[in-house]
Design a protein around this ligand. Structure first.
Ligand code: UDP
Ligand code: MG
Length: 320
């Protein structure tokens, strides 16, 4: 069962006490029906509620349930990565804890895998119960990202997907810190296909992705899959300085050869504000890249594990 089961399901969790038990039951029902060996790897991303306790008791009653407990909150994409690091299945499924992605779809994904596909990702044809703001920003983001990058990242897909072991191994071998897993999967290539689904409402609880985390994820995606913002920055800089240079001649001509030289305070302020604004935002673009380069250069581990339950090979905490 442990080494080399057929299917590993990876579930990242952050404060999911209201849903996690139901999620387990629904997963179990679907997986039992498959008639194959499986494991469910729950990754607790530093929850401050009872999530870990609930999963721990599930671990006690079912050896196929495993828990990777982080030392603190490291973020969703890192939690998924840790789950994949610990998964031993021939195939690996990534699914959110909140039942927005229907576990029943796993059966269809497995069927596609048997047909010979290495990646089967869920494509959201509809999103229920999410605010218009989230839907709009998501739609804009996926399309913007697509136009910015040379990697062909499918629109309207989340992390809900099934991967063959070789794809999962490829992903876990990429230890970059700014992770955008969907992008990495596309980058990896292999034979990919999709299954359509309607994204349900969250079963219970609130989104664990506030605007701040959404922006961070989008910036990670942009910066790790595209250097186009840098190119746009330099093109913009070039165009603006050319315009400024031309205007300089106009001004000089007026001053030297005509008597129309104006007072000019308003135009000075306007130009100065415009240029400073643009300069600062372009510096910000540079900063996004430099900051990430710095993070990568430090080469710290992606996450720290406080405890791993039901992984025989892990060393037990000696205090227990
Ligand atoms: N999550 C996580 N760490 C975080 C934030 C979220 O592990 O810092 C998990 C969360 O428990 C859920 C998944 O990531 O299983 C997706 O989060 P959520 O459903 O809140 O995002 P949304 O569906 O609203 O985009
Ligand atoms: Mg959700």
């Amino acid at each position: 069962m442990q080494k080399g089961c057929f299917l590993s399901v990876v579930v990242p969790m952050y404060n999911e006490e209201e849903v996690i038990e139901v999620t387990y039951r629904r997963l179990q029902a679907v997986l039992d029906k498959l008639g194959e060996t499986y494991e469910i790897v729950f990754v607790n991303d530093g929850s401050r509620d009872r999530t870990a306790d609930i999963v721990r008791s599930l671990c006690a009653e079912d050896r196929r349930v495993k828990l990777v407990e982080f030392s603190r909150n490291f973020g969703h994409q890192i939690a998924v990565t840790a789950g994949m690091d610990h998964a031993s299945g021939r195939t690996v499924v990534l699914i959110d804890a909140d039942l927005q992605d229907p576990p029943e779809l796993i059966a269809d994904m497995v069927a596609k895998w048997r047909e010979g596909y290495d990646v089967v990702y869920g494509k959201r044809i509809e999103r229920k119960g999410e605010s218009w703001f989230k839907k709009l920003t998501a739609a804009v983001f996926y399309r913007l990202l697509r136009s910015m990058t040379s990697v062909n990242i499918p629109v309207d897909t989340g992390d809900f997907r099934l991967m063959d072991r070789k794809v999962s191994d490829a992903l876990t071998s990429m230890r970059e810190r700014s992770r955008f897993i969907r992008g990495l999967v596309s980058w990896a290539g292999f034979k990919q296909t999709s299954v359509d689904y309607v994204r349900d409402e969250r079963f219970a609880g609130e989104t664990k992705y506030p605007l701040r985390k959404m922006i961070r994820l989008s910036l990670d995606a942009m910066t790790s899959f595209s250097t186009r913002p840098l190119k746009i920055a330099s093109v913009l800089g070039f165009v603006l300085s050319a315009a400024g240079f031309i205007y300089l001649f106009v001004v000089l001509y007026q001053r030297l050869f005509t008597d129309t030289t104006r007072e000019g305070w308003t135009s000075m302020i306007a130009i100065s504000l415009l240029f400073h604004g643009i300069t600062l935002s372009l510096l910000g673009v540079l900063g996004e890249y430099i900051g990430r380069t710095y993070e990568e250069a430090k080469g710290r581990p992606l996450y720290l594990v406080a405890e791993a339950v039901n992984f025989e090979e892990e060393a037990e905490d000696s205090r227990k």
